[in-house]
Design a protein around this ligand. Structure first.
Ligand code: ATP
Ligand code: MG
Length: 137
């Protein structure tokens, strides 16, 4: 059993899609084992996306991620990391397969509604970035 880290991004929270997106997680057999709503600070968002520092979209990505509250959660299940990436669909919603979260809810490449860890190393770092050990069941 594996854990992965997820964010419901500000564009989705603003459009009242938290429940619909959580339903997708649960329908796919990904159990929500920790969750909270946060307003990220600029420093927090920059640190979270440090791997993208220097890329042309970095500043706008950070501004977007602090534009309103987000939901952060830990999802658990068999092969949770890969299965959640598949459930989200490709980064660009125009390339995302039908029935994926991004195909159905995302607005654009930037406003793409959800984040998910891309590897076991990222999942561990990202879970630890937002959750203390005693917040995880
Ligand atoms: P995430 O890390 O949010 O799950 P991802 O792993 O599919 O998404 P990354 O390459 O890690 O994609 O990019 C992180 C985020 O930066 C994307 O989800 C998207 O919001 C934004 N982004 C990526 N590429 C671009 C781009 N070319 N233009 C604008 N925004 C971008
Ligand atoms: Mg990524």
């Amino acid at each position: 059993i594996e854990k992965t880290f997820s964010i419901v991004k500000p564009d989705a929270v603003k459009r009242n899609l938290i429940g619909a997106i959580y339903q997708r997680f649960e329908n796919a057999g990904l159990k929500i084992v920790a969750a909270k709503m946060l307003q990220l600070t600029k420093i927090q968002a920059q640190g979270f996306y440090a791997e993208h520092e220097g890329k042309p979209f970095f500043d706008e990505l950070v501004d977007f991620m602090i534009s309103g509250p987000v939901m952060v959660q830990v999802l658990e299940g068999e092969d949770a990391i890969v299965r959640y990436r598949e459930l989200m669909g490709k980064t660009n919603p125009q390339e995302a397969a039908c029935g994926t979260i991004r195909a159905d809810f995302a607005i654009s490449l930037r406003y793409n509604s959800v984040h998910g860890s891309d590897s076991p190393v990222s999942a561990e770092r990202e879970i630890g970035y937002f959750f203390a050990a005693d917040e995880l069941c």
